[in-house]
Write a protein that binds this ligand. Structure first.
Ligand code: BGC
Length: 266
């Protein structure tokens, strides 16, 4: 059994670093033609695209702010111009602006909700419209399009000091399941992945050294995740191997969502 998304067109948002970068790389390795979206860092996105092309794959990098409707429309336009269709959307772009609730500014609240939640709505809507326009592509995949939302363990676990982020991820859960309920009969699959503690550059401060050791106390499986752990799940959800998986969130968290604080008491 081999996982393949051969010749399918995949758009990954927020793919100039971290989880998005790993997902774009893994989808390309599984045969996809990849659109690597970035917000402000063109260089690593262009370098990733060039690296994929050097390996014989197909990839382009496209700048867009997913919280802006016009940008998202242009991003979809660029995808279809380059590769003629869209088969897989990985709605990954996200950010954190942390503050205690009484200190949190409206701007911090709005920025996080606009990128993490509105951005996923705009990208999903644009992808769904494109899936409808292009129709089924049965020589490539059983589903008539696939969407994978990037959520977090914090769609479930409350997170003091990060109310905007947790609210955005909680929102993704019901956004994803509502869309899945709505478009299932069109044979479009919609799912999410919910990563826990993953060693990305952005998380370096909390996943390494003493902080990393403390963090391990929250991970029953006993290791910090790698971006590849998330990318592997995303490729599976994008492939026909998961063809009967719809409206589900797959937690990629080493058990962080098992309330490990209750191991010894409670
Ligand atoms: C956040 C990380 C955090 C992890 C576990 C993720 O959604 O982006 O910063 O380490 O959740 O708390």
């Amino acid at each position: 059994m081999q996982i393949s998304v051969d010749k399918q067109v995949a758009l990954v948002t927020g793919a100039s670093s971290g989880l998005g970068y790993a997902c774009a790389q893994a989808l390309a390795a599984a045969g996809a033609q990849v659109v690597i979206n970035y917000h402000s860092h063109a260089e690593p996105a262009e370098a990733l695209a060039a690296g994929i092309r050097e390996q014989g794959g197909q990839a382009i990098a496209v700048g867009a702010d997913v919280s802006q409707e016009q940008d998202v429309e242009a991003l979809l336009g660029a995808t279809v111009d380059a590769f003629g269709a869209l088969d897989i959307l990985v709605a990954n772009s996200g950010l954190q602006q942390d503050a205690p609730i009484t200190e949190m500014t409206l701007e911090q609240w709005n920025t996080v909700l606009q990128v993490n939640l509105t951005g996923q709505f705009l990208c999903a809507r644009a992808a769904l419209r494109q899936f409808k326009r292009q129709g089924p592509r049965p020589w490539l995949s059983r589903a008539h399009g696939k969407i994978i939302h990037m959520s977090s363990v914090h769609q479930l676990i409350p997170w003091a000091g990060h109310a905007n982020y947790a609210a955005s991820k909680g929102g993704i859960d019901l956004l994803m399941r509502s869309i899945a309920q709505e478009v299932g009969e069109q044979h479009i699959r919609v799912n999410a992945v919910a990563p826990g503690a993953i060693a990305t550059a952005i998380n370096a401060e909390t996943t390494q050294g003493e902080a990393g050791k403390r963090l391990l106390g929250l991970v029953p499986y006993g290791r910090i995740g790698e971006p590849q752990d998330v990318a592997n799940a995303v490729v599976w959800l994008a492939s026909d191997l998961s063809d009967y998986v719809h409206g589900t969130t797959l937690f990629i968290d080493g058990g962080m969502s098992l309330y490990p604080g209750f191991r010894d008491n409670g």
